[in-house]
Design a protein around this ligand. Structure first.
Ligand SMILES: [Zn+2]
Length: 300
């Protein structure tokens, strides 16, 4: 059984030696710039040794999300990705009620609405909420999933590059389960912790750690399929299926010389990873981003 540990909510930063999910002794895994990450040998969670408090973390997204992070959505760089996510969900469920956690300006909700879903979103940034409400008359709750009060009638709930930013992602998944119908679907997209971790480890061995760091994605947590599988299973989900996720078309880190090179490079990475996924029957997932779907178990 998992052992939940509540991270102190009053201090700005908390040092975490032990795994915050299962309490096992964490061991040093890698360093990204000045940030140190540990990896739990029991549940496979990769976590930063210092974490912000819940309050401080929410404040960052509430106050700074729109100005710092909304440009990729506003440019439409995620529109094709959103369509591919809906394609995946609709292969598993008929359209119905959907909740998107951390919905930003609501472009995913707009795409879902056009396909017949009754979508709603949750977003801590008031500027983003106002954008979505005014531009597209979307149903967006201003706040966090922990503050949201809904009924348990959702057909699907989505976390698109959101969970790895959460202070206590296991609390979010447990709460998500309360709002889903039995048999409802959860969808999570996240950076592939195994791939980003292995590249960073290799780079640090040859002295290129800082140069490679900007190509890689490490947030509060770095998720491996093994950890996400355990988290979902512990939280009452079954039929857990992973695959490589299509990539967005943006280049927020300014890694490539122009938009055409960006698209070509990302498309190539994705196609190679997809080919390996098919050849290995989903045993080897080497894409930079993964997606997982799972079904809320029926009681009993
Ligand atoms: Zn652990």
């Amino acid at each position: 059984m998992k052992q939940k540990r509540s991270i102190c909510l009053s201090l700005n930063q908390i040092k975490m030696k032990n795994c915050p999910y299962c309490g096992n002794n964490g061991k040093f895994y890698l360093k990204v710039y000045s940030r140190i990450y540990h990896r739990c040998s029991k549940c496979d969670l990769i976590y930063k040794d210092f974490q912000e408090s819940y309050d401080k973390s929410v404040a960052v997204y509430r106050d700074k999300y729109f100005s710092k992070y909304s440009s990729e959505q506003l440019r439409g760089n995620r529109n094709k990705l959103f369509e591919s996510i809906l394609n995946r969900i609709e292969r598993k469920r008929q359209v119905g009620r959907l909740l998107d956690v951390g919905t930003g300006c609501g472009f995913f909700l707009v795409a879902a609405q056009k396909r017949g879903w009754k979508p709603a979103g949750i977003e801590p940034s008031m500027q983003s909420v106002e954008f979505g409400r005014k531009k597209s008359r979307l149903d967006i709750f201003h706040g966090t999933l922990m503050e949201y009060a809904g009924d348990a009638k959702l057909d699907a709930i989505t976390f698109i590059n959101v969970l790895e930013h959460s202070v206590e992602p296991w609390q979010e998944i447990e709460r998500a389960g309360k709002f889903l119908k039995p048999g409802g679907l959860i969808y999570i997209r996240f950076p592939n912790g195994l791939v980003h971790g292995k590249i960073q480890l290799l780079a640090s061995r040859i002295g290129l750690s800082n140069r490679v760091g900007r190509f890689l994605v490490f947030h509060k947590y770095s998720f491996t399929p093994g950890y996400i599988r355990r988290l979902l299973s512990d939280s009452g989900f079954s039929e857990i299926t992973f695959q490589n996720s299509q990539l967005s078309e943006g280049d927020p880190g300014g890694l490539f010389s122009n938009v055409f090179v960006t698209r070509a490079a990302k498309r190539s990475f994705y196609l190679v990873a997809k080919a390996i996924e098919i050849i290995t029957h989903k045993q080897l997932l080497l894409g930079p981003s993964l997606e997982v779907t799972a079904t809320k178990r029926y009681a009993g």
